[in-house]
Structures are given as C-alpha cells and as structure tokens.
Design a protein around this ligand. Structure first.
Ligand code: 5GP
Ligand code: MN
Length: 343
C-alpha cells in the first residue's frame, strides 16, 4: 500500500476509536516531541481524548512545545503512564521502529491491548503487534511523514491550514531538528511542505531562535573545549572521535541534552566522513555517530555500539570504562572496515 492509502486506513481506524495514547522513544528529541505534540493537537481538535506518554523527559530547549506540561512521563509517574497506556483504544507510536526504543516502557507497550499504529522513518521497522505500520525511510523526519499522513486524511483535504498553528509549529520543529535546520536528509518534498507550513502561519524566525539560538554560555564553552582538546582525527583525517567524561561535564556545569548536535561539527571539516561523540553518563556511555558520505553509521552502531538509527545518523551505548573508549572505537572501525567497504 502507498503512504496515502495507509494514511486513509489509519484515518478509518481512528474513526472507530475515542481514546488515543501517543508514545515516542526514550530520550525524546525534537522529532519525537514535535510529532507527538503535532498529532495530539490534531486529535484533540477532532474531539478525541488524546494523551502523550513518553518514557523520559524532554530536553529543556523543547519545553516551549508543551507549555502546559500535558505530557505524561513514565520516568516521573509510572502509575499514570501505565493507566494511560492500558486504558485507551488506540496507541500511536511515533519516531521509533521497535518497542525496545521505549526502554522501560517496552513491556507495557507490547502487552497493551489497544490497536497499535506506527509512523516512523527509521530502517527495519518491526511490524509484529501493529495493526498499521506507516514507515518511510525516505522521509527527513517522522514529522515530515506525519504531515504527509495528515494531509492525506479525508478530513484535512490536503490543507495545512486545517491543522492548528500549534500543531504545525510542533511538526515544523521536528523537521528542523531532525534535519539540523535543513542540513541533512532533505528532499524537494521537505521544502514543499515547509513552504506550505510557513504559508499557513508558522513563524520560522521564532522556531529558528527557539531551536538553534539559545545555547547557554557553558554549552558554548564546552563546544569549544571539545573541538580544541577532545576532537582527534584518525584514518588519514577521515574519521573524527570526541570523548566527553562525566568529570568534564561536571566541570562545565552542563545538563543532559547540552551535547545535542555537537557530533555534527567535525563533519564541517573537509575530508572528514565520519564523526563519533562518546558522552559518559552515570550508567553507560552514550554513543552518537554521523557521516556525510555513503558510510553507514547505522550498520556500525548495530555491529559495535548496541544501537542503530539511520544511514548517516545513528547512536547506541557502551558499557566500558571511559578511558577505553578511543581504543574500542578505533578497533571497531578497523574490524568494520575489514568486513565492509573502506572509508
Ligand atoms: P543521537 O546521536 O542524536 O542521540 O541519535 C541519532 C539517531 O540514532 C537517533 O535519531 C536514533 O535514530 C538513533 N539512536 C540513538 N540512540 C540509539 C540507541 O540506543 N539505539 C538505537 N537503535 N538507535 C539509536
Ligand atoms: Mn526522527
């Protein structure tokens, strides 16, 4: 079935339902929050009893998308999150391709009785347990795909202005964050729908300021430190590796989420094809991988970093001492290149 046909089946299924729960992935990013808030707004306007349940809290720079604090967080109120997931007749999963991406909500999601629909743009979507899967790896973001789905609904008749300005703003925020301000994965369709949203009243300057121009001073200084003291280029300067320890995070007084986007910076260097950032937290080392050529960081993340993602943006986790990370990365890359193509 085409995306438009799947969208109409989704709309048909929705018409039989009253209570909807929207779920997105652990450590929600702009695309997760934007798609959740965007769809939730549409459903509320349509008279549904709709709620968003996320496994963990959203980063502070995205707070403006949920000004009334309506999002329910499993990490903060398990009882309410459980009740909301179990007491609904439809669950819409946004911006993730398998239940494990919801971390500690995985069992709750899998065992819930409601009809489940997935809308996502990651490769290898798991179909088991879902009534409808709308998956398009060609979409820049889940927000772009969601917008396409909503525009295919009979109710909207393809008019962006049939969505509220709040929904459109949230959807645009997801597109902007996942594409890093139209830098990655964009297609003519991305620009077309962005134009439609601006015509419908979305304030691009406002979003640009809210999403990309509100660094704290400590975040800016940490960025300088990472580039100056941590970034090491290897493999003939085609691969960049940055490591950030808990100690350094404390020294710079930064919060979780403050390293968002830093992994992209080394790709601005001519010749650098792959960039890795390892950021230590209390329980594990968060791995972020990016590439700008044909190198698949998704495959690298799956093979060596307990993760996955997209071809050019992926992530995962490591459970080794921070001091061993650089060697582990070099060795993994060596192995990976022996088994795959060379960078
Ligand atoms: P980031 O580096 O921004 O945290 O993540 C980039 C992309 O990698 C995300 O959009 C997501 O698709 C994927 N990703 C990040 N962490 C994980 C992980 O732990 N497991 C999997 N499967 N994918 C991840
Ligand atoms: Mn996404």
């Amino acid at each position: 079935m085409t995306i438009d046909e799947l969208a109409l089946s989704f709309e048909g299924l929705l018409e039989k339902k009253k209570k909807v729960t929207i779920i997105s992935h652990f450590n929600p990013d702009g695309d997760a929050v934007g798609s959740s808030v965007g769809l939730n707004g549409y459903l509320l306007d349509m008279g549904y009893d709709s709620r968003i349940v996320l496994p963990s809290t959203i980063p502070p720079f995205l707070d403006f998308l949920d000004p009334e604090h309506n999002i329910i967080y499993y990490s903060e109120d398990k009882q309410r999150a459980k009740a909301t997931v179990n007491d609904c007749d439809m669950i819409v999963c946004l911006d993730f391709n398998k239940p494990e991406r919801t971390e500690w909500m995985s069992d709750l999601l899998t065992s819930a009785k409601a009809d489940k629909v997935m809308i996502d743009h990651h490769p290898s979507a798991v179909r088991e347990g879902f009534s409808i899967v709308i998956s398009d790896t060609g979409a820049s973001s889940t927000c772009e795909l969601l917008f396409r789905v909503l525009m295919a609904f009979r109710h909207t008749e393809g008019r962006a202005s049939s969505l509220s300005l709040n929904s459109l703003t949230a959807i645009m925020a997801g597109i902007l964050t996942d594409t890093n301000n139209f830098n990655n994965s964009v297609t003519p369709h991305t620009f077309n729908i962005a134009a439609e949203m601006l015509k419908a009243g979305v304030d691009f300057d406002f979003l640009n300021n809210m999403l990309f121009k509100r660094f704290s001073e400590s975040r800016m200084r940490l960025m300088g430190h990472l580039l100056k003291d941590s970034m090491k280029l290897e493999r003939n300067s085609q691969v960049s590796c940055m490591v950030l320890s808990l100690e350094e995070k404390k020294k710079f007084g930064i919060q979780d989420g403050d390293t968002e986007g830093f992994v992209n910076l080394p790709l601005m260097i001519k010749g650098v094809e792959v960039s890795a950032l390892f950021s230590e937290s209390e329980d594990f080392i968060k791995v972020s991988l990016r590439s700008k050529g044909s190198f698949s960081v998704n495959a690298l993340a799956k093979s060596y970093f307990n993760g996955g993602g997209h071809e050019r943006a992926a992530g995962g986790r490591l459970y080794i001492p921070i001091g061993q990370v650089r060697d582990y990365f070099s060795e993994s890359l060596e192995q990976f290149l022996l088994n795959n193509r060379r960078v």
